[in-house]
Design a protein around this ligand. Sequence first.
Ligand code: GLU
Length: 284
Amino acid sequence: MFTMKLRKVTAAAAAALVLSLTATACGGDDNDSDTGSGSGGGDKIKIGIKYDQPGLGLKKPDGSFSGFDVDVATYVAKELGYKPDQIEFVETKSADRENALARGDVKFIAATYSINDERKQKVDFAGPYLLAHQDLLVKTDSDIAKGTDLNGKNLCSVTGSTSAQNVKNDIAPKANLKEYSGYSECIAALQSGTVDAVTTDDSILAGFAAQSQYKGKFKLAGLKLSNENYGIGVKKGDTATVDKINKALEKMVSDGSWDKAVKDNFGPANYKNEPAPKIGDIVQ
Ligand code: GLU
């Protein structure tokens, strides 16, 4: 506690006297002031998101960010004491998330990050804040309609995702699964015909399908192949941050900001989301 207080005072003094000092404080080491101490003031907070998932986490050509995860992250950061201009978004791809938290690269991750037991060995989660389901995206004229239709077909998903794991364990172990580092690469492969289907959360697939360049070309199969309970990942053992984030998420729902974020980000994709989950309520 004492060191936290000291850090607050130090940060405030630094902000007042040498504004640029905190702005130049960056790099990979592992202390709180790099990723955000939760005290606000002159600090920055680093937050992990996806960069290539329209409607969830997207880095736009002008360098700004949009998506439901971005709105959730921005709301949570506000409750932790950070204004939008104090946020530094960092790309955390599916396979990098546990390591990014362990290294202290980011204070928390809001990146379509499903809570599961394997990940809970390595990171802690706040939430859940959204329930999605694994689905398939195929070309409009495709006759792939259920999970087992994928056996013997070329399928794309992402390394380190629950989607890829579920295909191998359960949905279609005999599919020819290609694992890329991001879903945008899978979508490009679907468009070129390199793969017959892309599988991941329906929330993500709906966002891609609604992009103007893909309109009319792709369809979702409409399957609920799994339950994906999105959590906010934090460094293992950082229970103080988990508690603060849970409070922020509850407030986001109760003050209507969660509904607004859903409308703004899923409305254009016509994605029919599940109602806001209760904190700690994991749908198996
Ligand atoms: N929600 C799933 C996961 O956490 C799939 C989406 C993703 O790769 O981010 O693995």
